[in-house]
Design a protein around this ligand. Structure first.
Ligand SMILES: NC(=O)c1ccc[n+]([C@@H]2O[C@H](COP(=O)([O-])OP(=O)(O)OC[C@H]3O[C@@H](n4cnc5c(N)ncnc54)[C@H](O)[C@@H]3O)[C@@H](O)[C@H]2O)c1
Length: 263
């Protein structure tokens, strides 16, 4: 297990929060684990402070990691990040695309058009541009694994997350579509659907009292941490999942299978 990613090169986008002295993001932790398990890592994000800090700590640990600034809604940023990855390491085997932003919390009638577009663009335009940018180098590497970080909101909805839930449901079908198109190139495309997780993304929304309330709706009885979601991401990224493509991997503690408490 410890050299699971030996010989692999990974681009992890939205993976800036990989500094273990701070709250970890799950793509951040997945990237760190890929580097610790023998892989070569390039982290892309808009959060340069967190990205550089995380990568510098990895270098201090003797790991192979670089940081590149990129906005997932920019085609040229994707092209640049992929070029840097391939020129530094000669190949590209894994893309983890985790960039996301929260929704406005409003109703359909009051949602601002620009806000709707931004949520959809970061997720849906981002996954499209990212997949398009990595397919050719992955083909040249003999195949690859694209892991799109979606949400349990691809399966269920809640108030005030219209664009978010819609964009996440779109990831499922995009992954299927890409899986069908690139199966003959041995490029696998899957989504991970996390449930409620303590990360920088939710740090402002979840206090302890809120987490206790949420936990009552989780069959496993607790809100997740980054390691609960990094595991499924790493599985799909690795050769252990070599026959898995076009699938959704729910990592929600059972939430979406439960109608809820009967009291
Ligand atoms: N934490 C949860 O409860 C939860 C649950 C389900 C899904 N998700 C999704 O998982 C993904 C990862 O989130 P996380 O919880 O690990 O938190 P995180 O904050 O560590 O990850 C999100 C990252 O996306 C980056 N980002 C935002 N916009 C970007 C852009 N335009 N270009 C490049 N990078 C951008 C952020 O800077 C951040 O580093 C997000 O897409 C989030 O929506 C989170």
């Amino acid at each position: 297990m410890s050299n699971r990613f030996e010989g692999k090169v990974a681009l992890v986008v939205g993976g800036a929060n990989a500094d273990e002295s701070q709250l970890l993001g799950f793509a951040g932790l997945a990237g760190l684990e890929i580097a610790r398990q023998g892989g070569k890592l390039v982290v892309g994000d808009i959060d340069d402070e967190a990205g550089n800090r995380s990568v510098n700590k990895m270098k201090d640990e003797g790991l192979t990691a670089d940081y590149v600034h990129m906005d997932v809604t920019s085609d040229s940023d994707w092209v640049n990040a992929v070029e840097i990855t391939v020129s530094n390491h000669g190949r590209l085997d894994i893309l983890i695309m985790a960039a996301g932003i929260p929704d406005s919390g409003e109703t359909i009638e009051t949602t601002d058009v620009d806000k709707w577009r931004r949520v959809m663009d970061v997720t849906n335009l981002g996954m499209f541009l990212g997949t398009r940018a990595v397919v050719d180098p992955m083909r040249k590497s003999g195949g690859g694994s694209i892991v799109l970080i979606s949400s349990m909101m691809a399966k269920v909805v809640r108030d005030g997350a219209n664009a978010y839930a819609t964009s996440r449901a779109g990831m499922t079908h995009f992954a299927r579509s890409a899986a069908v198109q690139y199966g003959s190139d041995n490029i696998r495309v899957n989504t991970v659907l996390p449930g409620w997780t303590f990360t920088p993304f939710t740090a402002n929304a979840f206090d302890e009292e809120w987490a206790e309330r949420l936990a009552k709706r989780v069959p496993l009885g607790r809100v997740a941490d980054a390691s609960d979601i990094a595991g499924p991401i790493l599985f799909l990224a690795s050769d252990e999942a070599k026959y898995v493509t076009g699938s959704e991997l729910l990592a929600d503690g059972g939430v979406t299978g439960w109608i809820g408490p009967m009291d």
